[in-house]
Each structure stands twice: as structure tokens, then as C-alpha cells.
Design a binder for this molecule. Structure first.
Ligand code: ARG
Ligand code: ZN
Length: 872
């Protein structure tokens, strides 16, 4: 059942205009479609018309008004075929669907009492018979009929052009979307919703009405999303010259949603977790996430909607570019270095793991079974890293020219990644052929680097060697074009030395291009012995190995002019210390703390800084997941023990410093999600986490008071988490109870309440999961709840990986149930089990056993594809 990129052909027939009418009913919605169909000019005449359609009950079908008899079409599990159609015709179909039974949340479904849709990637085929592929672009006209009492609000794409009352307490609204679009961008929302409205005037003078539609109780949680939207609209005009193109832009918040949000034309649909915020219910991180996602979906209006993908293999064309755009926007609006540190630390933990596992795939895959499985970190985040490299390779100005060219040349078309890169090559005059391999080759390139300083000649010789490990289906790899931004930091002066390579002056912060498997770079006129600072700003999505000594790393941590690499040097230094401790734990030797790490932290805590958010990151140890990524075979317990030991040793040694930093950063100012406040809060809360890690009397009391003070969710959540993750159940239990009762009515806060409990290191985490699965606020059909409880538990490394296998078993049980209810969520949830090869023998056996138990079920294509890869 695999689909191959190499099999691509344009559709035999295209649709130029689509007229839809919905008569809404939870169990029996009728969908009438009239498609204006014509033969594709590149395809021969006389081919059959093939339409996708799943879970539809066909009531009638007609061509040019002539009803078709049962023998004039063929219905299959997957669609409909009609032979002998004219060159150009009108196709009318009438189908019935049951939104209420739709637990997969693809197509038209119900969330609470409201109707909503999710069509990307292939959900539209669950609404009506259609060529459900992105290279079929049509204008849409949609009439929605609903009950005036139950569905007073009826929304779809574009502009409302007509509305009216109907008999039997029903009413209708007709929407017209003048911009041709693929059906994956179709949307419909109907229900008892309220709106918050604002306005935006585009640079070109268009007056746009902005609306955020929510359930009544959420009216007070839309301010931040609205402000973010307006900032994003302005930013896209100023940065990319992109203006909005309709008079109305709507966002709707729904509680049941598989992903973060969806960029449907003029009618973005959001997971409520990705749009609603309030200082008392959402953390700083949530505020920033909302800002980023609102921008992301808005930016898709150009990078995705006006110019879309030819086929789903090109998914990263819109996602990689759009993630890069939203990252740049967030960097411009917040602390840029901290944004980069957050991105990279997430990327190196999660995307590297994906690249090293059984589901590794290129940024442009060449085959798939279920496209829903390819909304991955590789397509999104690695895709964004590739676009970032492009921007850096050609420079911003050429990149912007290339972007303009791309949007103007392909406006209204469905195109490929080559088309995009060709615009960049054309605008910059650069040869990007070798660079294209980034899109076709899976796996994380590893670079082994070493260098020597030649005192006699004042030269520094840097040797780089690249190799990309084999990934499933790709045993042999070719060398990539890897841009390495670097500096040589003088060990005497502590400053960046000037870079002269082959007589060319590169400045003090230059880029070298690694294209061969192995390449030597000889820098001349290097006046003093340097420590190289390599891949600054994470200039390529690679693993870079350089034999740094701990002294080198401590030096870079304080002297590197690149903020990102200063942070990274600290992480590398901590990792070296952690390595020793992991070995000590394994060998049963007494653990000794590396004093260099303590001194590095001491100096961080005692040096004035203007970016507190960066300092907070520098004081944060690599996560257990990231440490695990560095190990050939993951030793769950040793990692946990080593990291806990380092954290507690630092807390003991620097207790007074942490206490001081805590107090210095307490503030009574009214909450605002602004960089300066956010930085101070994270610094304060990191300090608190050290104090509570040793159950310091005063620290615990500060946490308790911070919880009680109830100043904002960032502080409350951190305090509650620290108490719950400590052994002070005498304080944690009442706090949890109070919090749970106070917020019982707010599903987004209850999600946090679930996650906090099941991520605790204590041995009862698994029992808590089981207990909470029966909690009235939990539901297996709500993806947010599944992520908050089951997903969060699967990230709780020591407890998920319990040696009795109960953690694995629990996850597998849930996956088996969700395989029937919501295959897309099921196949994501199973991910941690697919990484079984990374663990020790007994765990491997247990995890594999659970995968085999899942395989024995009747599987959805989603879960089937992932399980087969995992067991291959
Ligand atoms: N295009 C959406 C976004 O990135 C994601 C939609 C994914 N939907 C899905 N069912 N996999 O903003
Ligand atoms: Zn997207």
C-alpha cells in the first residue's frame, strides 16, 4: 500500500469550482456537492474519473443533471470511479455522514456540541467524493444549514455572501472563497460560539476584520492571540512583503483537535491549547507557544495556501518554510538567543532521536503508507533548519528576492521543493545542486573535527570529516554541503581572531563550506593559539564532535562571542561530567562532582547579565532525554542518578547563590508575557528548582509560598511541580488537591494538573496514571488529555522504563484502544516504544513484546506503518 513520489502524475480531471451544501445533523449530515470538472490538459481523453471517498453513504450521483444508475459507477472502500465521462461536466453527489461517530477527528466531526473540520492531509474525502489531492485547486462556495438554537454560528472559508432563516428553526449562511484552493484547506465550523473582534489595516489599505471564535467561558482568554495575530500580520508585511488577501480572518478554538492548529483559508482552526491564554491559566511557555502558532498558521496564508504543495511528499515545502518564518518572527519579538537555544535543544533531543530511529525519513520522503504519519519533527523542524541554512548561504537579501520570486511565479499553483530552491538559486546566482541532498537524505550528519595551531607559522589547521549514518532504506550516504559558521577565539586575548582562509578575509565570524567527505581548512595569520568555536548558532543540523578539553569548554563558556555557543559549551562541559558519573554509577564507584562544573556555575551566578532568560538556560542541565541521545546504549537509571547527583551537588555547593538569585528576581509587578519578565521568572524558577532538589528547608518554604501566592500560572505551576516532584508529599498532596478543585472547570489547566503528577520521579507515577485515567476530567477521545496524561508519562523516563515492563504495557494498552478511536494519535503515542533498540537487553525484550502485541491487532494504516518499521 505504499505510495511513491516517483509515481506522481497530474490528475486526470481537475475541479475548477466546488459548490457544497451541508445540512448539519450529528448522526446524519447531508453533504451535496456540485463539482465543475474538466479533463486535465496534460492527460489523455477518455480516462475514468476517480474520486476519493471514505466512510460516505452515497445517496445519489448525477453527471450534467443526469442521474447515474447503479451500473454506471463503481464504489470501493476508498472511493468512486465513473467511466466514460465527458471532457467537461458538472458532477452532483449527495452523501450522508455521521460527525458524532467521528472519533478520528478527521473530516467533519463534533467537539463538544460544535461541528468542526480537519481536512489536512486527507480528511476531505470523509466529507464528500473528491479528488483529494493538493494539486487540484478550486474556488469554493459553501452553504451551511444548521439549527438556529444549537448552531447559531455557521462559518466557512472566505466571505459570507448570504444568510437567512428556514422553516423548522433552521437557518443558513453561504460563504464564498474567491481564492482557488486545494480541498485540504476547506473548513466548516458550526455551533454556539462567541466572538472577539478587532481590525487590521494592511499596508495596501485593505480593512480586515479579525475574529476569534470561542465558547463563551473562554472569552477572557483571547487577548494574547489577537495581539499576536496583529503583530504577525505586520511582521509578514515588513519582512516578506506579504499582505492578507481577504476582508475577514477568523480563528476558532476547539477542544478536540489532533494537532496544534490548521491554516484553512480565512478560517484557522486551533486546538484551544494553542490559542487560549490567561495569566492565571497559562505559563510563559504557553504564551510564547500561542504567539508562535498563531503566527505560523497566519504565515501559511502565503507559504502554503497561495502557493501550495503539488503532492504530500512536498509537505516540508510549506511546513519547513513556515516554521522558519514563525521562528524568525518569535526571535524578533522575544529574546533571540534564548529562542534559538530552545529550538536547538528541542531539536537535538527530539529530531535527532527520530533520525536515529526506525521511522527516520528524509525531509522529502520518497514513499509512505499514511501521510498522517509524516507530520514529523523531520518535515517541520529539520525542514526549517534547511531553509535557515539556505537563508544563511545566500544571505538575507538574496533570500528575500528568492522568496518574492517564488510567491509571484507560483501564486495560485501547487509546486515542489525544487521550485522553491530554484528561486533561491536564481535570485542568488548560487549553485544549490549539492545542497538539495539535504532534502533527500535522511539521518543526522556527524562531523568529526580536529585542529592544530602551528606556532611557528601562526596558522590554524582545521580538519573536518563528515559521515551520515545509514538509515532505513538508505544504507549509503553522499557528502552534503554543510555550512559551518565559526570563530577562532584567542586563548590569550579571549577575543575572536580574524579569519583568513586561502588568502580570503572572512571576518571574525565566518562561514566555511564543507562539501567533501573530508576537507582541510588552513587559516593563516592567526596570531595566538585559539580554541575554535564551531557551528555557531547551530549553523547546520549536525552532530559536531571536537576533542575539547574541559578547560577549552570552560573558556568558551565565558569567552565565546556567540551566545548560542557559550550555552552549548556549558552543555558540553556538563555532559562530560555526567559521562563520568554515569560510568561511576554503573561501576558502583563513589560519585565525585567535577569541580570545574561547580566553578563554571558559580561564575555564571555571580556575573551580571542583561539576558536573564539566557542565564536561566545556561543554569539548566541537559535533560535526561538529551543525555540519553549521546549514549550508544541508553542506561535509564544511571542517567537519572547521574543527573540528580549533579543537580544536588550544585545545589549544595551554591545554595546561597541560588537563594540570592531567587530573591533578586521576585517581582510583584502585574503579569505580562514580555521578554524581560519572562527572563526573570525563568531565572528565579531555575534557582528554586535547585533549592528544592535538596529539599532545602528555606527553598521548600519559598516554593510553598510561591504556590500559595498564586501570582501567575508560570510561578504556580513551577512551585507545584517542584513540590510534587520532591518527597514532601505532606506539602504536595494538599497543594495538588487545592489546585485540582480550583481548576476542575478548566480543561487546559487540568491538562497541566495531569502532567505534573505523572511526570514525578517517585515510584508511584504509574499507579497515578491508572488512577487518573478514571478521573472525570480525563477522556481517551480527547487528544489533549491523552497527551497530558499518557504522553507525559511516556516522557517520565525512569518510570516509563520500569523494569517490570508495566509502563510499556500501559502505553501499549492505550495505543490498542486508540488505534480504533483515533489512529493518528495512536501512531504518535506509540513512538517511545519504537525506540526499543536503544535500550538494554531486558528492556528491549519488553518493549518489543508490547510492539508485537500491538501488531497482532487489526491495525489502522497509521499504526501499521509505524509498527512495521519499528519491528523491521
Ligand atoms: N498544517 C497544519 C500546521 O502545521 C498541521 C495539520 C496537520 N494535520 C494532521 N491531521 N496531521 O499548521
Ligand atoms: Zn504548518
Amino acid at each position: 500500500q505504499s505510495i511513491y513520489l516517483s509515481d506522481y502524475r497530474p490528475p486526470a480531471y481537475r475541479v475548477t469550482h466546488t459548490e457544497l451544501s451541508f445540512d448539519l445533523d450529528p448522526m446524519a449530515t447531508r453533504v451535496k456537492a456540485r463539482l465543475h470538472v474538466e479533463r486535465h490538459p496534460e492527460r489523455a481523453a477518455g480516462e475514468p474519473l476517480e474520486l476519493d471517498g471514505e466512510q460516505l453513504t452515497l445517496k445519489s450521483i448525477a453527471i450534467d443533471g443526469q442521474p447515474l444508475g447503479d451500473d454506471e459507477y463503481v464504489l470501493t472502500e476508498r472511493g468512486l470511479r465513473v467511466d466514460g465521462v465527458p471532457e467537461r461536466f458538472l458532477l452532483d453527489t449527495d452523501v450522508e455522514i455521521a460527525p458524532k461517530d467521528n472519533t478520528a477527528l478527521e473530516g467533519l466531526y463534533q467537539s463538544g456540541g460544535m461541528f468542526c473540520t480537519q481536512c489536512e492531509a486527507e480528511g476531505f474525502r470523509r466529507i464528500t467524493f473528491y479528488p483529494d489531492r493538493p494539486d487540484v485547486m478550486a474556488t469554493f462556495s459553501t452553504t451551511v444549514v444548521g439549527r438556529s438554537d444549537r448552531e447559531p454560528v455557521l462559518l466557512s472559508n472566505g466571505n459570507p455572501v448570504e444568510r437567512g432563516e428556514l422553516p423548522d428553526g433552521r437557518h443558513f449562511v453561504t460563504w464564498e472563497d474567491p481564492h482557488p484552493k486545494p480541498c485540504y484547506l476547506f473548513a466548516l465550523v458550526a455551533g454556539d460560539l462567541q466572538k472577539v473582534e478587532d481590525r487590521f489595516t494592511t499596508a495596501g489599505g485593505r480593512e480586515v476584520t479579525l475574529q476569534i471564535w470561542v465558547e463563551e467561558e473562554n472569552l477572557g482568554k483571547t487577548d494574547h492571540a489577537m495581539a499576536s495575530l496583529k503583530r504577525a500580520m505586520r511582521w509578514d508585511e515588513e519582512t516578506y512583503g506579504r499582505e492578507y488577501d481577504l476582508d475577514l480572518f477568523m480563528i476558532v478554538a476547539v477542544n478536540d483537535f489532533n494537532m496544534g492548529a490548521m491554516e484553512n483559508k480565512g478560517l484557522n482552526i486551533f486546538n484551544s491549547a494553542a490559542v487560549l491564554t490567561h495569566p492565571h491559566t497559562a505559563t510563559d511557555a504557553a504564551f510564547q507557544r500561542v504567539e508562535g502558532i498563531v503566527a505560523h498558521e497566519y504565515f501559511h496564508n502565503w507559504s502554503g495556501n497561495r502557493v501550495t504543495c503539488r503532492d504530500w511528499f512536498q509537505l516540508s515545502l510549506k511546513e519547513g518554510f513556515t516554521v522558519f518564518r514563525d521562528q524568525s518572527f518569535s526571535a524578533d519579538t522575544n529574546s533571540a538567543p534564548v529562542k534559538r537555544i530552545e529550538e536547538v535543544s528541542f531539536f537535538r533531543t527530539a529530531q535527532f532521536a527520530e533520525d536515529a530511529g526506525p521511522t527516520a525519513h528524509p525531509v522529502r520522503p520518497d514513499h509512505y503508507i499514511e501521510i498522517g504519519n509524516f507530520y514529523t519533527l523531520t518535515i517541520y523542524e529539520k525542514g526549517a533548519e534547511i531553509v535557515r541554512m539556505l537563508r544563511n548561504l545566500v544571505g538575507w537579501e538574496a533570500f528575500r528576492r528568492g522568496s518574492d520570486l517564488y510567491f509571484s511565479r507560483f501564486d495560485g499553483q501547487a509546486v515542489t521543493i525544487e521550485d522553491f530552491v530554484a528561486c533561491m538559486a536564481e535570485a542568488s546566482g548560487q549553485d544549490l545542486d549539492q545542497f538539495m541532498r539535504w532534502y533527500s537524505q535522511a539521518g543526522t550528519p556527524e562531523i568529526d573535527a580536529h585542529g592544530e595551531y602551528d606556532y611557528a607559522n601562526g596558522a590554524y589547521r582545521l580538519v573536518l570529516r563528515q559521515r551520515t549514518p545509514a538509515t532505513p532504506g538508505q544504507p549509503d550516504k553522499q557528502p552534503l554541503h554543510i555550512p559551518i559558521r565559526l570563530g577562532l577565539v584567542g586563548t590569550k586575548s579571549g577575543r575572536d581572531l580574524t579569519l583568513t582562509l586561502d588568502g580570503e578575509y572572512l571576518g571574525q565570524d565566518g562561514v566555511i563550506h564543507l562539501r567533501e567527505e573530508e576537507q582541510e581548512f588552513l587559516f593563516t595569520d592567526v596570531e595566538e593559539a585559539p580554541v575554535p568555536s564551531l557551528a555557531r548558532g547551530f549553523s547546520a543540523p549536525i552532530k559536531l564532535h571536537f576533542p575539547y578539553s574541559r578547560e577549552d569548554l570552560a573558556f568558551l563558556q565565558t569567552h565565546d562571542s556567540d551566545g548560542f555557543n557559550r550555552w552549548d559549551a556549558g552543555q558540553r562541559l556538563a555532559l562530560l561530567a555526567l559521562d563520568d558519573l554515569i560510568a561511576a554509577h554503573r561501576n558502583g564507584v563513589e560519585k565525585v562532582m567535577d569541580s570545574r562544573v561547580v566553578e563554571a556555575f558559580r561564575s555564571l551566578l555571580n556575573t551580571a547579565t542583561d539576558d536573564k532568560a539566557v542565564l536561566a538556560e545556561m543554569l539548566t542541565l541537559p535533560s535526561e532525554a538529551y543525555i540519553a541521545e549521546q549514549q550508544p546504549l541508553v542506561d535509564v537509571d544511571a542517567i537519572h542518578a547521574a543527573r540528580t547527583f549533579v543537580k544536588q551537588s550544585l545545589a549544595i555547593a551554591l545554595r546561597d547563590d541560588f537563594l540570592r538569585v531567587y530573591h533578586e528576581n521576585v517581582s510583584e509587578a502585574p503579569y505580562a508575557p514580555e521578554p524581560e519578565q519572562i527572563g526573570a521568572r525563568s531565572l528565579k524558577n531555575v534557582a528554586l528548582s535547585y533549592l528544592v532538589s535538596i529539599e532545602d528547608e528555606e527553598g521548600v518554604e519559598l516554593a510553598r509560598r510561591q504556590f500559595e501566592a498564586d501570582h501567575n500560572m508560570t510561578d504556580v505551576r513551577q512551585a507545584l511541580t517542584l513540590l510534587v516532584h520532591s518527597s514532601r508529599d505532606d506539602l504536595a498532596d494538599p497543594a495538588l488537591r487545592a489546585f485540582g478543585e480550583k481548576w476542575a472547570h478548566d480543561p487546559l489547566v487540568m491538562d497541566q494538573w495531569f502532567s505534573i503528577q505523572v511526570s514525578r520521579p517517585q515510584a508511584d507515577a504509574l499507579e497515578r496514571v491508572k488512577f487518573l485515567m478514571d478521573h472525570p476530567a480525563f477522556s481517551l477521545t480527547n487528544p489533549n488529555k491523552v497527551r497530558a496524561l499518557i504522553g507525559a508519562f511516556a516522557q517520565n523516563r525512569i518510570n516509563f522504563h520500569r523494569l517490570d515492563g508495566e509502563g510499556y504495557k500501559l502505553l501499549a494498552d492505550v495505543v490498542i484502544e486508540l488505534n480504533r478511536l483515533n489512529p493518528e494519535i495512536a501512531s504518535r503515542l506509540v513512538t517511545p516504544l519504537t525506540r526499543w533498540r536503544r535500550f538494554d537487553e531486558p528492556r528491549q525484550e519488553l518493549m518489543k513484546g508490547e510492539l508485537e502485541r500491538i501488531r497482532a491487532e487489526k491495525l489502522s494504516p497509521n499504526v501499521y506503518e509505524v509498527i512495521e518499521k519499528a519491528l523491521a
